[in-house]
Write a protein that binds this ligand. Sequence first.
Ligand code: FMN
Length: 201
Amino acid sequence: MDTFDAIKARRAIKKFDSTYKMTAEQVESLMKLTLLSPTSYNQQNWRFVTVTDQPTKEKIHVAARNQAQPLDGSLVILLCGNMNAWKDDPMRYWKNHPLEKQEHVKEAMHKKYSDSPQNRRDEAMRSCGFAGQTIMLAAKQMGLDSCPMVGFDYDEMAKIINLPEDHLIVLMIVVGKAVSPANERGGQLSLKDVVFENKFN
Ligand SMILES: Cc1cc2nc3c(=O)[nH]c(=O)nc-3n(C[C@H](O)[C@H](O)[C@H](O)COP(=O)(O)O)c2cc1C
């Protein structure tokens, strides 16, 4: 599928075919593509919990205020941020490059993140945002649909996925086969409402 077509065809699906199951190979190729998403300093600070197990999906469905998508979708992905990725063996993020580059990035990340929980959190949000769009567009290319979601009880979800202390959940994405198309678009703002040439008015 052409990228422009995938962008236009991606919609937040509410009803998935509960009989459709992705194969382990499909899940793996989707996640391999996801790992090509950009992250600042290439720190790859996202962590993904992929759920296909039905009893776990049922628990997630309850934590998601009984929304149907995690119950009926084939794959539920929790996109999480690791707040300590910046200091967790950071040389590996540039292992294909000379030592000098690896050390430069390590120092730069230390400067940006060591004293700033806000910067660490912001970075998790940015990285998971990009990864989320990769997941949803790649799913379209695979003939699948998706729904991004944050309508869930955070603490309950953290328990279900055994979230480590130094991680946070950014969002959930359900992937599967739509049984009915998305509702009409809510109504997009116009270019003039949101795009400003050179500076805000
Ligand atoms: C961060 C985020 C959280 C969302 N949470 C939910 C949710 O909990 N349940 C749901 O049905 N849709 C959820 N949505 C879907 C939005 O309502 C949907 O993306 C928006 O209305 C635009 O529609 P479209 O994605 O079909 O273009 C969420 C979307 C985003 C980006």
